[in-house]
Ligand binder design. Structure first.
Ligand code: PEP
Ligand code: MG
Length: 345
């Protein structure tokens, strides 16, 4: 009963700021976006004040079909999404199956699925499926200018240039059918560590990047968090993950690339303190967590977060980082926002 009461009181507090921007006490504005998997999630995002869709996981509807959905079926889903959020931006990620997201009607066996036929690799090796999806996405955006296309699991420049060629061809085909197609904004997920190193080479071809902190942490630490034997070692506040993100942010800033973070980390209060300190201007998360994170950001100052980030970056172990940040939130009287397991204590 105490837990329920605590939850209700927190929700009331969060509700009071639902129409207000996620802006720190010293005026740093963060855009809060929704992660969406199925069309049923559309309303939840809008009701909770999402400023757009930072990540539409297009593989989810693929997983609920009994066969690859047709261009027409996909078109209707994407159109509904784009229309519902217009004029807010909508980021549709192309198919990211493989690894822990198998398609029941396209089974394949791999010894190391996490390092296998995933995301953009699968799409480029299965062109008809990929082109059908690109055509459906482009058609769905006719008359709207809020579409962003995001490519998953990019680890090579030619994955982006090949996709661009396919996008150009698909656009030309549709124009010949009389549709007015504008080139969409294109971005890559930074979730394979190689993408950080390659950023300067990919930058001329893209408009934005989106950090997939779930996979980025898994691949940097070589740890599968779904494997019970090692899951307790998985922590996206690991010093190596933090330092990699700092490198990415400074590289992106130099290249003038917009950065969003759309992994689970975006909804964990301790992590958000550090992401603020790094200057992340866009966070995308499950709609449920939007009010809590908006409330947290409105009660922090960017200058403090920058200072706390410096201290966190000097620690050699994620438990020390959690302990330090838990202390910080206690001092700010915001520790009631933490869930069990957030703190190292
Ligand atoms: C991620 O890897 O952080 C991410 C957002 O992608 P997904 O969780 O869908 O793999
Ligand atoms: Mg991922």
């Amino acid at each position: 009963r105490q837990l329920i009461r605590h939850q209700q009181l927190s929700e009331q507090r969060f509700q009071a700021t639902i129409d207000q921007p996620a802006e720190t006490r010293d005026g740093f504005r963060v855009r809060l976006m929704a992660n969406i998997g199925l069309l049923a999630d559309i309303c939840a995002g809008l009701e909770r004040g999402a400023e757009g869709v930072g990540l539409y996981r297009s593989e989810f509807p693929f997983m609920t079909h009994i066969n690859f959905p047709s261009e027409e079926q996909q078109y209707h889903d994407y159109r509904q999404l784009i229309e519902s959020y217009y004029p807010r931006p909508v980021t549709i990620r192309t198919l990211d199956i493989g690894g822990d997201k198998p398609l029941p009607y396209f089974p394949f066996q791999e010894e190391n699925p996490g390092l296998g036929w995933r995301g953009i690799r699968f799409s480029l090796d299965n062109r008809p499926i990929f082109v059908t999806q690109l055509r459906a996405i482009l058609r769905a955006s006719v008359g709207y200018d809020n579409l962003h296309i995001l490519l998953p699991m990019v680890s090579r420049v030619d994955e982006v240039t090949e996709t661009l060629k396919l996008l150009v061809t698909a656009g030309e085909q549709l124009r010949q059918q009389g549709l007015s197609i504008d080139p969409p904004k294109l971005g890559i997920m930074v979730e394979v560590p190689a993408a950080i190193t390659l950023l300067k080479f990919v930058a001329p071809y893209i408009d934005f990047v989106s950090v997939g902190s779930n996979d980025l942490s898994q691949y940097l630490l070589a740890l599968d968090r779904n494997n019970a034997r090692v899951a307790s070692r998985f922590d996206h506040l690991h010093p190596s993950v933090l330092h990699s993100l700092v490198t990415l942010m400074s590289e992106a800033r130099q290249l003038k690339l917009k950065v969003c973070l759309c992994g689970e980390r975006a909804s964990e209060p301790l992590a958000v303190v550090l992401l603020l300190g790094m200057g992340l201007e866009e966070l995308s998360m499950s709609s449920y967590n939007l009010p809590k994170i908006r409330y947290l950001i409105r009660n922090l100052a960017l200058s403090d977060a920058q200072h706390w980030l410096k201290t966190a970056l000097q620690q050699d172990d994620e438990r020390k980082i959690r302990q330090f940040l838990t202390g910080v939130l206690k001092q700010q009287q915001l520790d009631y926002l933490l869930s069990p397991g957030d703190s190292a204590e």
